[in-house]
Write a protein that binds this ligand. Sequence first.
Ligand code: NBP
Length: 476
Amino acid sequence: SHADIGLIGLAVMGSNLALNIAEKGHTIAVHNRTASRIDDFVAMAGPLAERVVPKADLAEFIASIRRPRSIIIMVKAGKPVDEMIEQLLPYLEEGDAIIECGNSLYTDTDRRFAYLQGKGIGYLGVGVSGGEEGARHGPSIMVGGAKAQWHNAEPVLKAIAAKFKGEPCCAYLGEGGAGHFVKTIHNGIEYGDMQMIAEVYGFMRDGLGMKPAECAEVFRKWNEGPLNSYLIEITGHVLDAVDPESGTALVELILDKAGQKGTGRWSAIVAQELAVPATTIEGAVAARSISAMKDERLEAEKLYGARRGAEISLSLDTLEKALLAGKIAAYAQGFAVMAKASEEKGWNLPLGTVAKIWRAGCIIRSRFLDQMSAAYEGGPARNLLLVPDFVELMKANHGALREVVAAGAHGEFPLPCLGAALSYFDAYRQGLGTANLIQGQRDFFGAHGFERSDKDGVHHGDWPATIQVEAAEPQV
Ligand code: NBP
């Protein structure tokens, strides 16, 4: 008999997905470029090995899978995916599908989808969130690509996905790169969530003089309330951990340089490409980049002096509310980017469903997303800041965000995310902005024209002529 599905790429993510699939009762054929990994995998599978069909030969691997075939590839993102596709192509038949589950750039997925469509082969680009643990026990699965072939793989993918109150966190979201696009935005929001938590921790540590264990206690308490989420929960655990050698809180020994693999950065780039303001997400990406400049920061601190350490009189309650308001702004931005992309690409992304499949399995899973899915379900894709439940939440919490950002400015705390969240909110809700002046300037130097509030049409100002003069010596 044939295997239900095949999987290529038995590194960390692929192995765990394969074990998850076998555990859910499906037979799975597995293959890896380096054959020794296949043996290691079978040894590791223990009793689950009875549902594993190990195949070191690619032709035999493909022949062992039930038709129409669903073949997951979980190899390194980028060129290895293209190479794998080319290797598979000679063996595949009409109706078969390649299901690529790595962290691929969505434009690559668009390209591969179109390429394989021309050959009668289905291509699914699937975002898988939740890391190693998620892959093994239930990730959030964001599917994009060939809809017909999705239905062949649907039972397996839904079986292995995380469940929220019994509902699988796995859905088909749209053609081409839609699944990987949504995963990219997920990661951007994740960056924002993490950075805002870190900014609040900064106040606790440097403004309120709290010890890590005291901070941990606060995060534990917050996890019982509206901020309840995986990231708030793990923050408590991170702050609680003690280095066994020195007995010092581990967090105090960890270097303040954040890494990034790129998917958060892609979300900021795509927001810019689509002209959707996503300043909170961009702020989070920039914060990681500035964190990496440790030596320069130390040099600048010598030049300007360390933070004055001004007294901060923020309550923990205010910090909690500010974090909630900031979070709403970050999600509003992320969902606005998805709404615009959906429109431009014709994906018809179901935003309520996106919120639903993020409720479990993924890094940004939270109580908040349950509320969001309800707000978006079936409704039009409006900015979250216009959705009634969130209008109420924002009204109740933006004052706290304002207090925190003001305290940050006075106390010399950098707030790249919370500050951006507040500015975004204030700009978004401001009926009369200041771009009238920008339009005047643009018309002055470039004759770009402007609209008027009192007349129709495009107008120009009767600006005075200016003569180019050499800039005066600056007076220091
Ligand atoms: P890696 O990204 O480290 O890739 C290793 C796998 O790719 C091995 O199976 C390797 O085969 C195979 N491979 C390479 Br490298 N080049 C190949 C080629 N030219 N042809 C065929 N196979 C090739 O594995 P990973 O850490 O398990 O990640 C897999 C994917 O999942 C990546 O896209 C990654 O970004 C993503 N990921 C997601 C999460 C998450 O939380 N969702 C976490 C970590 C990773 P070999 O054994 O022969 O070298």
